[in-house]
Design a protein around this ligand. Structure first.
Ligand SMILES: [Zn+2]
Length: 412
């Protein structure tokens, strides 16, 4: 295949992906004003429903503008040989291919981050602020950005440097080494993310003794679940939106509750949310997710190893001297239709897992408390109660509130 053909394929992939995404967004937006299903009528009163419609529409318009900007930027960068330009800059600093790759991705990541920052600023301090969600101060916003960039440089840079190094000594067999590296790193992060990374951004405190803790422990005992680590995180530092999640396994497993969740929900509702999280653990969802993502990574790396050394990839992006990092960029774009498909499959599995976790909470605790907590959480995030089916199929990692309601109600 000639570089010209491949060039047009790359442009087509980016455009088609964008157009499909926008069609889905528009389809979904057409249903923003639909009447609320009977089962969910008590989520909003009239004023709140109108407010949620304004919020959805504003988010939709914002998404249109920011994604159009981002796709034009990407296309312009490719068409005007941006990658060759940055590659040249990086080569002026060093002859070492690892160093060149680090500088190359450093410039691209930093550049795109800076260009997109006005959008995330607007999202946080204009849109979220207007609807009363935002609690982030400007100082926190800037610190978050800096910490995020620093972490990306250390972790992303470290992994990239090792993979380029593997490629230097192992050639096309590098993917085995890269796979082992990513696998070890994923398991490590899964275990220690809460201890190592979260404290950089949030404060976590063990849940105090009291009626909530007693109820949680009673429930955990009733399902034979050993739970020593229940933490409360200061999510209210950034947003009023509430959450709870499960992380780690073995002795490192812990449940993290947002302080906003504790404020918004009754104790029984919190236990129901927790029962759902325990369901994920008991049904082995955490292990399955990890294994599936490792298999996908292995497949991607293997495919990368077949193409990355091909000079056509570099020429396609206007770079005369082939290199691992340019091959990686071109491969990344060409691979995106496949990752769209694996993403669809992952979302499908994830929604199945959500039903299973809901059913676990229903059978071991109480479905109606879970329903009322889901309704409250939807109300407090002004969430869309009438999403389009196709949009759910592509984008939702959780079933819609209506789907979960019907599943939880079935058989009660
Ligand atoms: Zn879940």
């Amino acid at each position: 295949m000639t570089p010209e053909t491949l060039f047009y394929i790359i442009i087509a992939i980016i455009l088609i992906d964008f157009v499909i995404d926008k069609i889905l967004d528009t389809l979904n937006a057409k249903h923003f004003d639909d009447p609320i299903p009977n089962e969910l009528e008590d989520v909003y009163d009239n004023d709140e429903y109108e407010k949620s419609q304004r919020y959805k529409k504003e988010r939709f318009r914002f998404g249109m503008i920011s994604s159009t900007f981002s796709v034009l930027l990407t296309l312009g960068f490719i068409i005007f040989d941006g990658f060759a330009f940055v590659d040249n800059i990086a080569r002026n600093f060093s002859d070492n291919s690892t160093v060149v790759a680090l500088i190359f991705f450093g410039i691209i990541m930093l550049g795109s981050d800076i260009l997109m920052t006005p959008f995330s600023w607007y999202s946080t301090f204009v849109i979220e602020e207007k609807y009363g969600f935002n609690k982030t101060t400007k100082k926190t916003f800037i610190l978050d950005k800096l910490k995020g960039l620093l972490m990306g440089a250390i972790i992303g840079g470290g992994i990239l440097a090792l993979i380029v190094w593997f490629y230097q000594f192992a050639g096309d067999d590098f993917w085995w080494y890269a796979w082992i590296l990513v696998a070890v790193f994923s398991v490590f992060m899964n275990m220690f993310y809460a201890k190592l990374i979260v404290p950089l951004f949030n404060k976590q405190t063990p849940l105090n003794d009291g009626s909530l803790r007693t109820k949680i422990e009673q429930y955990a005992r009733s399902v034979g679940f050993k739970l020593d680590n229940i933490f409360v995180i200061d999510g209210s530092k950034r947003s009023t939106k509430a959450n709870a999640y499960f992380s780690g396994f073995g002795s490192e497993k812990r449940i993290t509750l947002y302080d906003t969740l504790i404020n918004d929900l009754e104790e029984e509702e919190i236990v129901a949310v927790l029962a759902h999280e325990v369901g994920h653990y008991k049904k082995n969802h955490i292990i399955v997710n990890l294994v599936v993502s490792l298999v996908t990574t292995g497949f991607t790396l293997w495919l990368l190893s077949l193409f990355v050394g091909n000079p056509v990839l570099s020429e396609t992006l206007g770079v005369s001297e082939p290199s691992f990092h340019i091959g990686l960029v071109a491969f990344g774009i060409l691979y995106s239709p496949i990752s769209e498909i694996t993403g669809l499959i992952m979302n499908y599995i994830s929604r199945k897992f959500e039903y299973q976790a809901d059913n676990f909470a229903k059978s071991t605790y109480d479905g109606s408390f879970l329903i009322s907590s889901l309704k409250k959480l939807s109300k407090n995030t002004l969430s869309n109660l009438t999403p389009h089916k196709a949009y759910i199929f592509v984008h939702y990692s959780h079933p819609s509130l209506l789907q979960r309601y019907r599943n939880l109600k079935a058989g009660i």
